[in-house]
Design a protein around this ligand. Structure first.
Ligand code: GAL
Length: 657
């Protein structure tokens, strides 16, 4: 009997240790790990990346016991879409087993897709799992594998209530394994950038070309840096405009259409700088370079108020960013009361009060102001008014209040007008275009409808100065990656005055109403800014301007990167070469050189190569690295460099004319 018991115990142990042997779903509910296995939550799960909340060991994302279909699991990872955890296995594991589903705490809401990726190949993937669905059992062979990635996608419908559980997740170890699995953040590591000391010599920055309609208010703060006090002068300023020599503010109204080459000079104690500014007077000449500024949504969402808008304007000046070309202070959703007055006029929230006073405050600083509405009766996220059947009236109100920019967000239009096809998507934007054309004020028109009806193919001819090409950005890698991958091919539709808009910036303290430092790693942020400069996106800072750290400031004030975004030629970059996660993006610049981004979307550092044949140059060419701020040498036919995981090297290649 005793012998038999020993035999049985030995057999069970052998079975449990057999390489690749799957655990049963029932075993995943226990408190103790079966012999030869470790719980996933015994490794450092803090390295998991996710779209909301924080990863929790043995608890749901909202800090309840991990529960799927009424069963509580003492172990596992409570996470949230969109997310992933990378586990370096070192060949020391044989199997991964887990139950997966949406935690019971959502009360039936949420929808996710779980995938298990082993050494770059997806080895298991669920269909869409909704809250309340039966959990699925996943069991994947890991024999000899180096890297396991556990991913949670949002099933394409946004990430709300996507409380994703890897319940009872277990890793079976190889017999005699000498190393243990460990997690890895991916994209971590020191940022590939050098922060240069401020240059005391005067310099004049973007824009170098600007358009306005004759007869309408003109406003430009000459963007200049250098030790002060600076004084400004201009030769050949068109009739109707005046320059304040002390502040660098150009105001007035152009008297006639036409092009003027204005020679700007800025003098300071450490020298002087000259630059030509082209001023073009005419109809529909706005945003000849992509708009640069700030928008309230990514940090404040609907908690925006006039105080926050004024503070953003104050900080745009105090931080020095206005001196690098950032001009707009834009209010997103949440500024109006949701009801109109007896005459049908929009009414600001009490927290906004006097709109004239607020716009005048921002204008006095040399900055412009933006507002938000929808072609539908209401906006997206609250009881706020859209401009449905009030287009002329609202355009007149915005002009009267002094707004210079309108973001027009589809939101509820589809609830009142049903249809499909390009003409359907185009119509409400054409209607507001006509209304804006009737007002005596220049208003940049920003279409926001997430790319429906391939807006990039008709945005320009419908009078859009920019058009969103994708859904909303979030401060996580998945979102950033999806958006930049989607951008490839759109470059042919961008031109001066008409820009693809892959959405606002997610650097600094962001969070759409719950402010926190961005969850993008420093290298992901470098990639974000590099690509947004390359593809000529509007650059709308989305963070709390009053909490700007030196790294964020360095990202946003790199004039060499901004020069690419603002290049007067206005040719957006496209993806010219791709090898898996490694990509080369390139565009021609007005000085005859090429701007090039070497992108590493992979989870490990990698060498990325710009081949002359791909980027359109020939012969021996100098290369400058724009984040390292140095010339790196002269090369014959290609340039290769190590790029961090989720990073980007931004280069200028070629000899300027
Ligand atoms: C979305 C838009 C966002 C923000 C938000 C406000 O539709 O894409 O950028 O404006 O609405 O609810």
């Amino acid at each position: 009997m005793t012998l038999f018991r020993h035999f049985l115990a030995a057999t069970l142990l052998l079975l449990a240790l057999a390489p690749g042997r799957a655990q049963t779903p029932a075993q995943l509910q226990s408190a103790d790990a079966p012999a030869g296995t470790i719980w996933l939550d015994s490794v450092d799960i803090s390295k998991a990346r996710q779209g909301y909340g924080q990863p929790r060991a043995g608890r749901s994302v909202d800090d309840h016991p991990l529960t799927l279909a009424g069963v509580v699991y003492p172990h596992g990872l409570g996470t949230h879409s969109v997310g992933r955890l990378i586990v370096k296995l070192h060949g020391a594991a044989t199997r991964f087993t887990s139950l997966v589903g949406v935690d019971d705490e959502t009360g039936g809401k949420g929808s996710v897709i779980f995938s298990v990726v082993v050494d770059g190949k997806t080895q298991a993937q669920t269909g869409v799992l909704h809250g309340g669905d039966r959990p699925q059992f996943l069991s994947v062979d890991l024999t000899g594998a180096q890297t396991l990635i556990l991913r949670v996608g949002d099933a394409g419908d946004g990430y709300f209530f996507d409380h994703a559980d890897w319940a009872g997740a277990l890793i079976t170890l190889a017999p005699n394994a000498t190393s243990r699995p460990e997690t890895y953040q991916g994209g971590d590591g020191p940022p590939r950038l050098v922060i240069p000391p401020p240059d005391p010599r005067p310099a004049i920055h973007n824009p170098h070309i600007i358009g306005a309609t004759p007869g309408r208010p003109f406003l430009l703060l000459i963007p200049a840096t250098g030790d002060g006090p600076l004084t400004y002068s201009a030769k050949n300023l068109p009739a109707g405009l005046t320059l304040d020599a002390k502040t660098g503010l150009i105001t007035g109204a152009l008297q006639r259409a036409g092009t003027a080459s204005v020679m700007l000079t800025v003098r300071g104690p450490k020298g002087m700088a000259r630059h030509t500014l082209i001023i073009i007077g005419g109809d529909h000449k706005l945003a000849l370079t992509p708009p640069m500024g700030w928008n309230s949504w990514n940090v404040w969402a609907t908690t925006v108020d006039a105080g926050k808008v004024r503070a953003a304007a104050d900080e745009m000046i105090a931080s020095g960013l206005a001196r690098h070309g950032f001009q707009y202070i834009n209010i997103d959703e949440g500024w109006d009361r949701g009801t109109r007055d007896a005459q049908g006029r929009l009414q600001p929230q009490p927290s906004f009060g006097d709109m004239h006073g607020m716009t005048a405050y921002v204008h006095r600083k040399g900055l412009r102001v933006g507002i938000y509405s929808s072609p539908g009766p209401f906006t997206c996220d609250g009881p706020f008014c859209g401009s449905w059947q009030h287009e002329d009236q609202d355009a007149a109100t915005f002009a009267d209040w002094g707004f210079d920019y309108l973001k027009y967000d589809w939101c509820t239009y589809g609830n009142v007008v049903h249809g499909s096809g390009q003409a359907y998507f185009q119509h409400p934007y054409a209607v507001m275009r006509a209304s804006l054309d009737k007002v005596p004020h220049d208003i940049v028109f920003s279409f926001c409808q997430y790319g429906m009806g391939e807006v990039w193919t008709w945005g320009a001819r419908t009078g859009g100065n920019s058009w969103r090409t994708h859904g909303d950005i979030d401060d996580n890698w998945q979102s950033l990656h999806d958006i930049y991958e989607h951008e490839a091919g759109h470059e042919v539709y961008a031109s001066p005055g008409h820009w693809n808009d892959p959405d606002m910036l997610m650097v600094g303290v962001v969070g759409k109403g719950s402010p926190h430092p961005t969850h993008l790693t420093p290298n992901e942020q470098i990639l974000h800014i590099s690509l947004w400069c390359l593809v000529s996106s509007p650059l709308l800072i989305g963070c709390d301007m009053t909490r700007m750290d030196p790294f964020t400031l360095a990202l946003l004030s790199n004039d060499e990167a901004l020069d690419i975004n603002q290049d007067p030629l206005g040719r957006a970059a496209g993806r010219v070469a791709q090898d898996g996660d490694l990509e080369v993006w390139a565009r021609p610049l007005s000085d005859g050189t090429r701007a090039v981004g070497l992108v590493n979307g992979g989870d490990d550092p990698a060498t990325v190569t710009a081949r002359w044949a791909d980027i359109g140059v020939k012969g021996r060419q100098p290369v400058r690295d724009l984040w390292l701020h140095r010339d790196v040498g002269t090369f014959d036919s290609a340039y290769s460099v190590q790029v961090p995981a989720h990073g980007c090297a931004l280069l200028k290649i070629g000899r300027a004319r």
